[in-house]
Design a protein around this ligand. Structure first.
Ligand code: OSB
Ligand code: MG
Length: 367
C-alpha cells in the first residue's frame, strides 16, 4: 500500500555549459518523485527545465500541478496504468505526469520483481549511445569536443545548430571526422519554413536526420519542409502524444521520431508511440533531457525496445555530471548496459542525494 508521496527538490551542476538554440544550461534544477509504500518505494525524475524555453513546462510549475491536481488523484492502491487514465482529465502537463507515472511504475514493478525493461518489452541488453553536442564558441572548440566524445566511444554525434551556426559547423565536423561517422543535427525549433532552401544545404553532408527545425506547433510546416529538404526530418518538441505522432506520420511531417518519455507523459505512452512506429517501419530513438541516473535508467529500458533502431541521446553519466545521484552509467565500446534487476534498477545514493537536496515535501496518502 502506498503511504505517501515525496517531492524531492535538488540541484546538480553540469560538467560543462550546454548551449542550445533556446538556452545555455549550466546546471539542473531537479525534482524527483518518491512513492513510499509499506515495504517498497519507487522513484521518478521530472525532466522539465528551470524555465519554459524547451516546452511550455517548467519545473516549479510541474511541482504545482503535481501537488494541486496529480498527487490528489493517487490512493494507496493506484497503479501507474490507473494514474495515466485518471490524469488524462488534466490537460497537457506531460512532464509532471510522466515523473509520477515513472515512480509508480518503479514501485509496482519492484513489488512484482520485474524490471522496467522486461515490462516494456525490451529485446536488447545494451543500447548504442550517441551524444548531443551543445553549440560551441568556435569551430575549433567544436572539433575538440567532438574528438573527445569520439575517443569516449560514442557511436553517433548530434550537433546543436541555430541560424548562422549551422552549415559551416556541420561541414567542419564532416570534413574532420569523415563520411562514415553517424551525424545528425538538432535545431530546437530555431528556423521557419522560409529557411527550407538554407536547410537543404545540409543535404550534402549525409546526415541521419534534422531534428525539430521548426516550432513545436508548426507540424504542417514540417510537411512542406520535408518536401524541400532531402535529409530525413525528425520531430522532438512537436510530438507530445500518441495522437500527435500518428497525425504527424499520416501527413508526412516527419519520417523519424525522437521519443522522450517526459515530453509525451510517460513510459506507457512512449511504448504506444514505439509500437505505432514499429508497425509502420518508422525508426525511433530515445531522446534525453540531461537526466540524472534515475531518469536515465528508465530511458535505457525504453531504448532497449526493438523499434529503437537509431542510437539515442542516452549518454554516460560522466558526460553530464561529476557525480551522478545513482551508480554512474558507463559507456562500454559505445554501448550502455540496460538495467535488468527490478523496477528501474537503480536508487539514489542517499548521501549524494542528501547533499544535493534543498527540500523534501511529503504528501500522505490516506484514501
Ligand atoms: O532537444 O534533445 C533536445 C537537452 C535538453 C533539452 C532538449 C534537448 C536536449 C538534448 C540533450 O539534446 C539530450 C541529452 O543528452 O540528455
Ligand atoms: Mg531535440
Amino acid at each position: 500500500m502506498i503511504r505517501r508521496i515525496e517531492i524531492v527538490r535538488a540541484h546538480i551542476n553540469l560538467v560543462s555549459p550546454f548551449r542550445t538554440s533556446f538556452a545555455t544550461e549550466v546546471d539542473r534544477n531537479l525534482l524527483y518523485v518518491r512513492v513510499v509504500g509499506d515495504d517498497e518505494e519507487g522513484w521518478g525524475e521530472c525532466v522539465a527545465m528551470a524555465a519554459p524555453l524547451y516546452s511550455s513546462e517548467f519545473v516549479d510549475g510541474c511541482e504545482e500541478v503535481m501537488k494541486r491536481y496529480l498527487i490528489p488523484m493517487i490512493s494507496s492502491l493506484t497503479t501507474a496504468e490507473e494514474f495515466v487514465q485518471k490524469s488524462a482529465a488534466i490537460r497537457g502537463n506531460f512532464m509532471a505526469k510522466a515523473a509520477i507515472e515513472a515512480a509508480l511504475l518503479d514501485y509496482q514493478l519492484r513489488k512484482a520483481s520485474m524490471s522496467l525493461a522486461n515490462f516494456l518489452g525490451a529485446t536488447q541488453t545494451k543500447v548504442a549511445s550517441g551524444v548531443s553536442v551543445g553549440i560551441q564558441p568556435t569551430i575549433d572548440d567544436l572539433l575538440r569536443v567532438v574528438a573527445e566524445y569520439r575517443a569516449d566511444g560514442y557511436v553517433r554525434i548530434k550537433l546543436k545548430i541555430e541560424p548562422g551556426l549551422d552549415i559551416d559547423r556541420v561541414r567542419a565536423v564532416r570534413d574532420a571526422f569523415g563520411p562514415d561517422m553517424l551525424l545528425q543535427v538538432d535545431a530546437n525549433a530555431a528556423y521557419t519554413v522560409d529557411d527550407a532552401a538554407h536547410l537543404a544545404k545540409l543535404d550534402e553532408f549525409n546526415l541521419l536526420l534534422i531534428e525539430q527545425p521548426l516550432p513545436e506547433e508548426d507540424i504542417v510546416g514540417h510537411v512542406e519542409l520535408s518536401k524541400r529538404v532531402g535529409t530525413p526530418i525528425c520531430l522532438d518538441e512537436s510530438i507530445t502524444s500518441y495522437d500527435v505522432a500518428r497525425g504527424a506520420l499520416d501527413i508526412n511531417a516527419c519520417s523519424i521520431i525522437n521519443i522522450k518519455p517526459g515530453r509525451v507523459g510517460g513510459y506507457l505512452e512512449s511504448k504506444r508511440i514505439h509500437d505505432l512506429c514499429l508497425s509502420r517501419g518508422v525508426p525511433v530513438w530515445c531522446g534525453g533531457m540531461l537526466e540524472t541516473g534515475i531518469g536515465r535508467a528508465a530511458n535505457l529500458a525504453l531504448a532497449a525496445l526493438p523499434g529503437f533502431t537509431l542510437p539515442g541521446d542516452t549518454s554516460a553519466s560522466k558526460r553530464y555530471f561529476t557525480q551522478d545521484v545513482t551508480t554512474p552509467f558507463e559507456l562500454v565500446d559505445g554501448y550502455i548496459n540496460v538495467p535488468n534487476t527490478v523496477g528501474i534498477g537503480v536508487r539514489p545514493i542517499a548521501e549524494v542525494l542528501g547533499a544535493m537536496t534543498s527540500r523534501v515535501d511529503s504528501y500522505s496518502i490516506t484514501k
